[in-house]
Design a protein around this ligand. Sequence first.
Ligand code: A2P
Length: 322
Amino acid sequence: MRLFALADGSLLPALGLGTWKSAPGAVAAAVREALSIGYRHIDCAPIYQNEAEVGQGLAATFAAGVLKRQDLWLTSKLWNNAHAPDQVLPALEQTLADLQTDYLDLFLIHWPVAFAPGVLFPRKADEYRPFTADSCAATWAAMEACVAKGLVRHIGVCNFSAAKLEALCRTATIRPAMNQVELHPYLQQTALIDFCRQQRILVTAYSPLGSGDRPAAMKKSGEPSLLENPVILELAAKHQTTPAQVLIAWGLARGTVMIPKSVNPERLRQNLASTKLQLEAPEMTAIAALDRSYRFVDGAFFTGQGSPYTLETIWDEAERAT
Ligand code: A2P
C-alpha cells in the first residue's frame, strides 16, 4: 500500500475506504471485505450514522486474528453540534465506543459550521451557532486536549479554506495535520492544495468519484458526470482500467489521499488496484483541463431559512453560478 507522510513524518495509507452513504446494513461487511483484501485506512464520521456498524466490521476483523488495531489508520470527525469545548471529548468518546477502539489516528473538525449541542441538523435559526476564528480556536484547544489524553494521534479539519486554516494556525499549539475537502477533476482546488503543501498540511479528497449515491435532496438538476466524462473514459480505455480507477490514480498522482466509498466487493478491489495505475504527464494535463470549480457537496444544506451561514461564509469565495 502506498503511504503519504504527514508533517510530523507519520505515514498513512494513501488510499482509504470512504463510509459516507454506506448503509448500516452493508458497511460492516464492506469494512471486513476491504480489510481482507488490503485496505488499511477507513474514513468515518458520526454523522454518517453507521459508526457502530463500522465498529462491528473492525471488531470482527480483529477477532479473526488477521489484523491488529495498530495495523490500521482510522479517521473520524467532530460533528457540527459538538464544537463547544465541553462537547468535544464526549463526542469523541461516543465515536471511540462505536468504533470499538481506544484511539483515532486522525480526528477532524467536519465543517466550519456550528450547531447547538444535540442538534443533528438545524431547522430554525436558534439551532445554529456562529463559527468564528475564536470559536474555532476554542474547539481546537479541546481537540488538542484529546491528543494530550492519548485518545487521538493527529488532528485536522475538513472543508476549510486557506483563510480559515491561516486563522487556525495563528492560535493552534498543534498545527492541523490534514484538510479533507471535495476534490475531483471538476473541482481541482489547485490554489488550496498549493497553500496546504506550503503549510505542510496534507489534503484528503472526498467524493473523488462524484458521490453519485448522494440523497436526491443533495443533488442539483443536470449535474455533470465524472464517471462518464469522455476524457476520463478515453484514458480508462487506453489503460484498460475503469473510469473510477483513472479518477483515483489522478488524485494519488497529485499527492492527495483518496477515500472512494464502496460497499461492493468488486468495486472495492477495483479501487484498491488504482494504486498501480500511473498516468503520464500529458494525461494529467488533459485532466487538469476538465476543472470547472463544480462542487457536488456545495454546503447549501447549511444555508436554509434562519441560517447565519451562506456559501460565501462557508467557502470564503464568491458564489458561482454552477
Ligand atoms: P458502490 O458503493 O455501490 O460501489 P464517492 O466515493 O465519490 O462518494 O462515490 C461513491 C459512489 O461511487 C457510490 O455510488 C459507489 O457505489 C460508486 N463507486 C465506488 N467505486 C466505484 C467504481 N469503481 N466504479 C463505479 N462506481 C463506483
